[in-house]
Design a protein around this ligand. Structure first.
Ligand SMILES: NC(=O)c1ccc[n+]([C@@H]2O[C@H](COP(=O)([O-])OP(=O)(O)OC[C@H]3O[C@@H](n4cnc5c(N)ncnc54)[C@H](OP(=O)(O)O)[C@@H]3O)[C@@H](O)[C@H]2O)c1
Length: 335
């Protein structure tokens, strides 16, 4: 089958379209014909080798962490899906490869595609939707009336996180640049800070939760926005000791990770704020919950551009510019 493959890690944007063997279908797997995938910053970080200690993939590797498509075949133990079902997923982190024509996904990672979405729209949801869910629902336990700051509201994660937080009745502030302000407000944000003109840490105070997806500078300043008892939750690092345990990392790596987050954990503790690092994981159950919010119209996908599988390298390059407005899609199956 045709796929976008990397042969080695590197910062120079490698990767090629080529042929690879069709995936093996294990007893708990569902074989999906891929109609669309979406590009995540994670794909780019994996390609650069930034995750090789945490996610030790065997090369050559097919990239891609989001899929929407149609079930072709199911393994002997699969009960919830049948050939012909339209599905979407973020595959398990050790079974990625959605920039391709087929993928075998564990049943536990898969959900039926919301019927009101196109394949491209459905592919835009899983990784960022699960991230927003695991930050705001699982970790923050967001409650009606709480105040949450979602950084980079115009990005893949931000666009869904704003809508999810509003659905749960939170008061939402976000950051973006001038040209995005109006449409990000239309997603439901109550306050939009233009980060090129205003310092968010001067404008916002007494917040319960901050979702950080930006660098260490923004992470540190976010402490000023939170009230004592507040929660600083980062998805862009630094990773926490709890993350190292969850990932089952070696003792030396655990020590490195402890050091990486030492300063922010210490500063947060001094202010009575909890610091967490969330590294999202696959979950078909949570995708079903997100799917019902999509069915009801509470969450709508935001798509910036659509590329063909042959242009996957261009799609990755566009995302690496860091200016995406919502999600970038790779349309695999052409009509
Ligand atoms: N830990 C996890 O499980 C997990 C999961 C998903 C994502 N992530 C990480 O989270 C980060 C964001 O992911 P994403 O998919 O949302 O990225 P993205 O879609 O590429 O984000 C692009 C957006 O970021 C905005 N932006 C850039 N600099 C900004 C700033 N200083 N202040 C406010 N907005 C800014 C841009 O708006 P302008 O054009 O207006 O600047 C653009 O709309 C990445 O580092 C990714 O690896 C982690």
């Amino acid at each position: 089958m045709k796929a976008f493959i990397i042969d080695r890690y590197g910062s120079k944007g490698g990767g090629r379209i080529g042929q690879v063997a069709e995936p093996e279908v294990r007893t708990d797997d569902v074989l999906v014909q891929i109609h669309a995938a979406s590009v995540n910053v994670l794909d780019s970080k994996i390609r650069k080798g930034e995750f090789k200690l945490i996610l030790p993939y065997r090369l050559p590797l097919v990239l891609g962490n989001d899929v929407a498509g149609v079930v072709v075949r199911v393994g002997a133990n699969v009960r919830g899906f049948k050939p012909g079902d339209e599905v979407y997923a973020r595959p398990d982190q050790d079974r990625i490869g959605t920039f391709a024509e087929l993928i075998a996904v564990k049943e536990s990672a898969l959900a039926l595609k919301p019927s009101n979405l196109s394949m491209e729209e459905a592919a835009s949801i899983p990784l960022v939707g699960l991230t927003a869910w695991q930050v705001l629902v699982e970790t923050a336990k967001l409650k009606r009336g709480q105040k949450v700051l979602i950084h980079a509201g115009s990005g893949g994660v931000g666009t869904i996180a704003i809508q999810l937080a509003k659905h749960f009745g939170a008061f939402v502030a976000t950051t973006t640049s001038t040209s995005n302000i109006d449409w990000v407000k239309a997603l439901g944000a109550d306050i939009v800070i233009d980060y090129r003109k205003q310092h968010f840490e001067d404008a916002l105070h007494g917040y319960d939760v901050v979702l950080n997806s930006l660098g260490n500078d923004v992470l540190g300043k976010s402490l000023r926005v939170l009230k004592p008892g507040g929660k600083l939750i980062s998805i862009s690092g630094p990773p926490s000791p709890e993350f190292a345990v969850e990932q089952g990392l070696s003792w030396p790596l655990k020590q490195v990770i402890r050091l990486l987050s030492y300063r922010i954990r210490k500063k947060a503790k001094q202010q009575g704020i909890s610091y967490s690092f969330v590294f999202m994981r696959a979950s078909g159950d949570q995708l079903r919950e997100i799917g019902s919010l999509i069915d009801s119209g509470a969450i709508k996908p935001v798509i910036d551009r659509v590329y063909s599988l042959d242009s996957t390298a261009d799609a990755l390059a566009y995302v690496e510019n860091g200016r995406s407005k919502g999600k970038v899609i790779v349309k695999v199956k052409q009509p």
